[in-house]
Design a protein around this ligand. Sequence first.
Ligand SMILES: C[S@@+](CC[C@H](N)C(=O)[O-])C[C@H]1O[C@@H](n2cnc3c(N)ncnc32)[C@H](O)[C@@H]1O
Length: 247
Amino acid sequence: MKAHGRAGVHSPFLYHLCDNVFPQRFKHEEVNAIQKFRQKLLTDHSSIDITDLGAGSKRGKSNLRTVSEIIKNASKPHAWGTVLHALARERKPETIIELGTSLGISGLYLSTAIPGGKLITLEGCPNTAQKARQHVDAFGMNNVEIRTGNFDNTLPVLLKEIPFVEFAYIDGNHTEEATLRYFEWLKAKSDSRTLLIFDDIHWSPGMKNAWNQIIRDSKTTLTVDLFRLGLVFFDTRLSKQHFNILL
Ligand SMILES: C[S@@+](CC[C@H](N)C(=O)[O-])C[C@H]1O[C@@H](n2cnc3c(N)ncnc32)[C@H](O)[C@@H]1O
């Protein structure tokens, strides 16, 4: 009900995203190749023994799932993958951080957008990370580093290694408390050049609470609700405004 069309947007920066960046998102060759690759993985019925450290199974229980099931249920749908690709292509960060590699699908949308840059993607399940490595290599990407371990351990280590966070995509452990914890850590290394993208911002009441706190945070400026993805800017040249955009 509160969504803006392009005419309701009063930020030149957001005009640019709505007029130029998002409408082009299906036209890039790379995303079409990723879509074909995904179709191939949907026919892969081999099993992976999953260790889930995320929301809903914090005890790290193990279970078997097929590649095709994970691709169907957990990997970014193509339409949203193209949004990630378009944003990364537009921002041209040297480094992208991803929380939640899964089988590497969103990582392909991100890494193909920055051929001269590097994606560092974090995954808690070793077997899943191993499969993701195979997928990324089979697709021919050599700018992707996958680090295995709980975000609580891997993210602080990574943040110590880099001067600031340019572009981060948060797509794992969708609880209110964990999302706000990752936000605080990333925020401490953010500046005017930073873009954070949160996935599944309306997935649960807890995720909605986390998203609302991020919008209200005194350091965030422009925030954009794309209904599944939430974009968070810290650029002090942008006024503190919030928009809901229906793509
Ligand atoms: C929704 S999936 C990511 C999907 C992927 N971004 C894509 O679109 O292709 C979330 C992933 O985060 C991982 N994960 C969840 N909680 C974690 C934690 N606390 N530490 C490390 N990995 C975690 C899960 O193992 C799972 O593979």
